[in-house]
Design a binder for this molecule. Structure first.
Ligand code: ZN
Length: 323
């Protein structure tokens, strides 16, 4: 059928040269009009005079069109769509911007994403509290954090959750990050594979009885996580870069002095919501650190702020320092 059709067309062409001549003149006219329109389009976009040559302008318009198709083809806004978005922005000022739905890794997109992630240029640190919950101390710490609108991460021990579930819920419901510190605080390096998985999994299951959590961060007890532990963790592992030594000094003044003398931007600070001295230290440290220009956030927010993606099976001391 097709070849028959082509033959007929071929015969037609041979048979009616006048018709084809008219068609060619018409085609050239269309190209000329397209060229003029493209020059206007290029001028409207404020492009340089080179692009005002009709043929180059036609190519330019075609390029814009292709860039738009690329953007339309990118169905998922999250991912590496930045280049095509930029291209489209440069070429089509009238087209409404296709803003990403979720904040991405780089600064420009964070700005586009807008309200929920504000840009903060000053130093940022994460306060972390291990071995709780323990109502008497945890509540004092929560009170001061909430008073100063500070964030923090609580690495809870699974076996304590049931007894202190009200405190756990208070942590979660006030927007603090809840993370895993294993079921019974054993050194994971010394356990068999199944025991490691049980220490981590049982804690997550117990947490889920009270609050919804998934793929939460893990702090291995004693900061010990060999290759096997890291491979089995199934999540990112978080140690610390500044040990408040509350467990050693048990003295609020010493904790305060040690933290203020050594704190640096990006630090993850280790503390324990077990001791009264820790709560006492936090009551002074939080306003003092804020006064010194620090922003206090959870571990996850610290990594987001520093634009370092948290990867599974990696043990971090702080953003940019891992093993
Ligand atoms: Zn611990």
């Amino acid at each position: 059928m097709l070849s028959e059709e082509n033959n007929r067309r071929g015969k037609k062409k041979k048979g009616h040269p006048f018709f084809w001549g008219i068609l060619e003149i018409f085609s050239l006219s269309v190209m000329f009009v397209a060229g003029v329109l493209a020059v206007r389009e290029a001028e409207g976009r404020g492009e340089n005079s080179l692009n005002r040559h009709p043929l180059i302008a036609i190519v330019g318009v075609a390029d814009s069109f292709l860039a738009d198709q690329e953007v339309l083809a990118a169905t998922k806004p999250v991912g590496d769509t930045q280049n095509t978005e930029q291209k489209a922005e440069e070429k089509e000022e009238d087209t409404p911007e296709k803003a990403p739905e979720e904040p991405k890794e780089d600064g420009e997109d964070l700005e586009e994403a807008g309200e929920d992630e504000e840009i903060f240029d000053g130093p940022v640190i994460a306060l972390t509290f291990d071995d709780g919950p323990f109502t008497a101390v945890t509540n004092r710490i929560l009170d001061v954090l909430m008073e100063y609108d500070a964030g923090a991460t609580f690495f809870v021990v699974g076996s304590r959750i049931e007894m202190y579930s009200d405190t756990l819920k208070r942590i979660y419901e006030n927007g603090f990050e809840v993370a895993n510190h294993t079921w019974s605080h054993k050194n994971l390096d010394k356990l068999a594979d199944e025991e490691i998985e049980k220490e981590i999994g049982d804690t997550e299951d117990m947490l889920n009885k009270y609050i919804p959590v998934e793929n939460i961060l893990l702090r291995p007890p004693y900061g010990s996580a060999n290759e096997t532990v890291r491979a089995l963790a199934g999540t990112s592992l978080i140690n610390w870069s500044l040990d408040s030594q509350d467990w050693k000094s048990r003295d609020a003044d010493k904790i305060i002095r040690h933290v203020l003398d050594t704190v640096q931007d990006g630090d993850i600070i280790l503390m324990h919501d077990l001791y009264d001295c820790t709560a006492e230290a936090v009551e002074s440290l939080v306003p003092e650190l804020i006064e010194r220009g620090y922003r206090l956030v959870s571990v996850s927010e610290l990594f987001r702020t520093k634009k370092i993606p948290l990867e599974k099976g990696i043990l971090y001391r702080k953003p940019g320092d891992h093993y």
